[in-house]
Design a protein around this ligand. Structure first.
Ligand SMILES: NC(=O)c1ccc[n+]([C@@H]2O[C@H](COP(=O)([O-])OP(=O)(O)OC[C@H]3O[C@@H](n4cnc5c(N)ncnc54)[C@H](OP(=O)(O)O)[C@@H]3O)[C@@H](O)[C@H]2O)c1
Length: 309
């Protein structure tokens, strides 16, 4: 098998391709012939070394948390998948930038036939994150007002659609070039964060989904209503912030891999209620360029690696 490897923490340029033995699936694992790998911000955060205190990894390692491909072998306890099944999953903290990977079967879901492998690899981590943020941490209810920052990115694109499906009134922020895109996903109101101060545009919000952090997160307290929730994937919100006059609640979480939840979300793709937009596809050998594109912070949807070449 081929794998893109990080031998020393640092820039994405330092990734090199290695020839390795195929891994052997454990009792609860399957071996997947990878067709595409999703690229996520956590990949370049891990590659840079910024997360090594929280997530210590033996070097060298292969980045990548999202994979889609075909099952080619199963462990002896695996009854849910068989060789030939086309699957996708949030496979773990690393490993997807490779032609083969072993994955715990409980993390995988069958790929809907209408999704390409690139679309399927783009979907798991971002869509699970959006669902868990809105429903598990934000307790979203129909009719509520939701403000989603970075609505055009990987998580934001899924979150706008899922919030709209839940019957929420969705307000999305992005730059002006993404206005039509974010509205097409289901946002009733679009705010260009470069031209307008969202804190002057919206108020009495039930749920803010912060996918940006920093001052965007801090300024979000002022738009929340009493009983509101600020959910962030980036950093733990400080509910003691002076702007939190409504005494809203802050939540931060790490996305949980969950095969059954992913299968339910795949069902929304199968029925075309949910779509994944692929921003750019890079060959596996250009994983460094793919990471650089993600680091730029201005994707529409997702960057994906084509692992078939
Ligand atoms: N805790 C967890 O388990 C977890 C899970 C998933 C993601 N995350 C984190 O969540 C964050 C978002 O992830 P992602 O994959 O969605 O990122 P992404 O796809 O890279 O986000 C890109 C989007 O951010 C928008 N953006 C940049 N600056 C903005 C601003 N100031 N206001 C509004 N929009 C802005 C861009 O819009 P324009 O191009 O229009 O500027 C672009 O569409 C990352 O920090 C990631 O590490 C954490």
């Amino acid at each position: 098998m081929k794998a893109m490897q990080v031998a020393a923490y640092g820039s994405p340029d330092a990734l090199t391709i290695a020839e390795l033995d195929d891994p052997v699936p454990g009792d609860n694992e399957v071996l997947v012939d990878v067709a595409a790998a999703g690229v996520n911000p956590i990949d370049w955060k891990i590659v840079s070394g910024a997360m090594k205190t929280f997530i210590p990894l033996p070097l060298p390692f292969t980045p990548g948390v999202d994979a889609a491909g075909t099952v080619i072998a199963v462990g002896r306890n695996v009854a849910t998948l068989t060789p030939g099944d086309e699957v996708m999953g949030f496979i773990g903290i690393v490993g997807a930038y490779a032609t083969r990977v072993v994955v715990d079967a409980s993390r995988l879901a069958l790929k809907p036939a209408r999704l390409s492998f690139a679309e399927a690899a783009a979907m798991p981590a971002a869509t699970l994150t959006a669902w868990q943020a809105l429903h598990e941490h934000g307790a979203l209810q129909a009719g509520q007002k939701v403000l989603i920052h970075a609505a055009a990115g990987g998580v934001g694109s899924a979150a706008v659609q899922l919030a709209k499906l839940a019957g929420a009134h969705v307000i999305g922020t992005a730059s002006s070039g993404n206005r039509e895109y974010v509205q097409s996903l289901g946002a009733a109101v679009f705010i260009d964060y470069r031209a307008q101060d969202f804190a002057e545009q919206v108020s009495q919000v039930d749920l803010v989904l912060d996918l940006v952090g920093g001052t965007t997160q801090a300024r979000s307290w002022s738009v929340l209503k009493r009983g509101g929730v600020l959910v962030s994937t980036v950093s733990r919100p400080d509910a003691g912030h002076a702007g939190n006059a409504a005494q809203a609640t802050g939540r931060h979480f790490a996305t949980r891999a969950d095969g059954p939840q992913l299968a339910a979300l795949a069902g929304l793709h199968a029925s075309d209620e949910l779509r994944t937009h692929v921003d750019t596809v890079f060959p596996l050998s250009e994983a460094g360029n793919a990471l650089a594109r993600s680091m730029g912070g201005h994707l529409r949807g997702k960057v994906v690696l084509d692992v078939t070449g």
